[in-house]
Design a protein around this ligand. Structure first.
Ligand SMILES: Nc1ncnc2c1ncn2[C@@H]1O[C@H](COP(=O)(O)OP(=O)(O)O)[C@@H](O)[C@H]1O
Ligand SMILES: [Mg+2]
Length: 396
């Protein structure tokens, strides 16, 4: 690992940020870091990953590969990650040898298992949907009876973008669900008929200072984030309550870095759905619409630099650009020429070479004078932008 650095007198390229994961989140952390002339070392299984074009060094291996994490650490002054799949035990060893790892491996360990995460939140008195660990199929059938239908069966680990969720609507679904997650540890959760899904990004630095972004309204389609609308359109009491719960979560974890706290709003009652120990898709709007972005605050937090309160500068809508159904292969995006003529429109393309169904390929953000105007322009852009098979290319 590189020697520790003096924050009060930095020269350009003094610090190397080691990032596990070179996907879009890692890339956007990197773009922000490059503005401040930090060096970037990444670890990712794909040598053409989104961050490969901005990496100073890229180690190509599985996220959990011990040797590669050690190689990455060798090059880095501070380590962070964009995915919960990182190997928390290797990171723990590195931390004990003095390398700053943020969020800490202990925090990662608590969060990377959804059951452990929910137990932690419950133990701190933070509201969560009712849940139960699955220990056998008979016991799962009994819980389903107690909880009533529908329910959500969740794989405890390695699940994201809805891929680890199975909605159980009747008794016959439970066996199918357990078979679907064959061999994986699962939990069952009450299905919440929420009025709105909201989330909030919270940053906490190495000195324990904490700040948070505005509450946002998220619309998911097929379990995957489709749109984020800010302001969230909730009353002031809900806004204040969401912020206080979210900050309490990060304080209780003693987390350092940026955290995405997803919540369900049921009438005026808030419950935590899950915590992401990293920048979050629902925080992308902050690049264009806030005085400081989630990526900049993440970097400041992990380097022990001051945090500032993010100010929302205008209403904003962020929309994901996802892979189309039934096609995996090279792709192109059409309609950019017309879409970019719409005021307030900013396009982010992650640089993924291959599209897959539902894969996050990019997003666009529209700022406007009002939420209604931002939504109306979003509808126009949606009609223009199309992901399609790249002409002349074969499917993979
Ligand atoms: N208990 C639940 N009740 C109702 N909807 C749920 C529940 N759990 C998850 N969902 C829906 O599925 C989406 C994805 O679930 P989540 O647990 O956040 O998994 P992921 O890790 O894939 O993001 C949520 O944003 C929400 O829309
Ligand atoms: Mg989620």
């Amino acid at each position: 690992m590189k020697p520790s650095f003096d924050k009060s007198q930095l020269s350009p390229n003094d610090i190397t940020l080691g990032i596990i994961g070179g996907g879009q989140l890692g890339k956007m952390i990197g773009i922000e870091a490059k503005r401040m002339s930090l060096n970037l070392a990444y670890l990712d299984p794909d040598k053409t990953c989104p961050a490969s074009t901005i990496a100073d060094i890229l180690f190509v291996s599985d996220y959990k590969d011990e040797k590669s994490i050690l190689d990455l650490a060798q090059e880095s002054n501070v380590l962070t990650y964009e995915i919960e799949l990182a190997n928390s035990s290797v990171l723990k060893d590195l931390e004990s040898k003095g390398l700053p790892v943020h969020p800490s491996p202990a925090v990662l360990n608590t969060i990377q298992n959804k059951l452990r995460q929910k137990k932690f939140l419950k133990s701190k008195g933070i509201p969560v949907p009712e849940f139960e660990e699955v220990t056998s199929i008979d016991q799962a059938r009994r819980i389903c009876k107690d909880f009533h239908y529908p329910l959500v069966l969740k794989a405890c680990e390695d699940s994201y973008d809805g891929r680890g969720n199975y909605v159980v609507r009747s008794a016959s679904d439970i066996d199918k669900g357990i078979r679907y997650f064959e061999g994986r540890k699962c939990m069952i959760e009450k299905f919440i008929h929420f009025t709105k899904e909201v989330s909030i990004m919270v940053a906490r630095n190495t000195r324990g200072n904490i700040t948070s972004f505005p509450v946002v309204h998220n619309i998911h389609k097929n379990n995957i984030l489709d749109t984020t609308i800010v302001p969230a359109g909730v009353n002031r009491r809900v806004e204040a309550n969401a912020r206080s719960i979210a900050e309490k979560v990060v304080k209780s974890l003693k987390g350092v870095g940026i955290f995405g706290i997803e919540m369900f709003l049921d009438d005026n009652k808030l419950m935590i759905n899950e915590i992401a120990p990293r920048p979050h898709n629902s925080g992308h709007y902050s690049i264009e619409a806030c005085s400081v972005s989630q990526f900049e605050l993440h970097i400041r937090a992990i380097l022990g630099l001051p945090l500032v309160k993010p100010r929302l500068m205008s209403p904003v809508v962020m929309t994901n650009i996802l892979g189309i159904p039934n096609y995996t292969g090279e792709y192109s995006l059409t309609g950019i020429d017309k879409a970019l003529a719409i005021p307030g429109m900013k396009l982010h393309l992650y640089g993924k070479r291959i599209t897959k169904p539902q894969r996050k390929l990019g997003h666009f953000t529209i700022t406007a004078e009002s939420t209604e105007e931002a939504l109306s322009r979003t509808r126009r852009v949606r009609k223009l932008l199309r992901v399609g098979k790249k002409r002349g290319n074969k499917e993979e």
